[in-house]
Ligand binder design. Sequence first.
Ligand SMILES: *[C@@H]1O[C@H](CO)[C@@H](O)[C@H](O)[C@H]1NC(C)=O
Ligand SMILES: *[C@@H]1O[C@H](CO)[C@@H](O)[C@H](O)[C@H]1NC(C)=O
Length: 362
Amino acid sequence: MGMLVQSSLLHFSSAVLILLLLPMPNGMASGECDVFTGTWVHDQSYPLYDPAKCPFLQHEFTCQKNGRPDLIYTHYRWQPLACNLPRFNGRFLLERLRGKRIMFVGDSLSLNQWQSLTCMLHSAVPTSNYSLTRVGDVSIFSFTEYGVKVMLHRSVYLVDVVRETIGRVLKLDSVEGGAKLWKNVDVLIFNTWHWWSRRGPTQPWDYIEVGHQIIKDMDRMKAFQRALTTWAGWVDANIDPTKVKVFFQGISPSHYNGSLWNEPSAKSCMQERTPLSGSRYPGGLPAAVAVLKVVLSKMKKPVTLLDITALSLLRKDAHPSIYGLGGSTGNDCSHWCLAGVPDTWNQLLYNFLIQRKNMIHN
Ligand SMILES: *[C@@H]1O[C@H](CO)[C@@H](O)[C@H](O)[C@H]1NC(C)=O
Ligand SMILES: *[C@@H]1O[C@H](CO)[C@@H](O)[C@H](O)[C@H]1NC(C)=O
């Protein structure tokens, strides 16, 4: 019985319904299994959608359209070691989210995941009307017939950056600017990390405010931790977990140093065509992961970490490289081609959203 359900899961998108109707056999309850430890397996039934049929996909992620010749990297499925993930069913998710708002908040990795989710949902209901608008820093993708809004709030630090007379001030203790936009949203998925190490002309602030002090700079990992703690304080004070589900997207890794995946001659992801096999990345986890986990562990309200770092580290093959923005911006080994790895992040998000205990109440 267990095996039957298990194999049908891999083949039928209606499996989600089966999951809800049947008691889960041992080892199948993905809510109780570590879905983040596993391997990438070749699966010709992937990718989950044809990126050419996703007209709103942004240029920086459309690797095939930008000339990437190999496709093997699109035919991989994430396989947890201890259980199976339900196959993504976009129609089911739209029904489940009917009338609700879901918002990604963060930097361009949030943009990457937001674009992925809108493609995954649109490809499930290709003839269903949608609209795409932008109001200030918020992009809104509406599935009008379902009343579902999938939104993106671009906020690279989560905390505020405010223009004052002395210049632009990064306020590690304040999320006021963002928090206004996070009200009345039913599912929030936060992310910040990549901008904390920026220096020079692309650093978008001149001073840091921390406590009652204004300083020119500080240890960036400490600044990151302080900002996360501020964000966590806002969640603890403002979120009603019976109404709102909160996720943290996790640290998305880059691939610019082949020594970290036992290929010292590789100076970037450029020539990579296949994932690493197995579950372990030789170079270990970025230090930011531990900082994030410490902050999350001290929170009072439940936040689900989409712990996507380790599984994404194995995908040195899945970045746009020269098939992204191209031109002088060159070789992108930080973002991800779509279709691609962020689809798996969304499959994991889906896995948590459809669990009965995570049902959102009105
Ligand atoms: C989509 O929108 C158009 C124009 O507003 C409308 O004519 C059409 O009936 C809508 N389609 C569906 C399936 O609701
Ligand atoms: C790449 O990683 C190796 C191993 O950690 C390290 O010794 C080396 O300095 C790194 N190279 C660069 C260019 O960062």
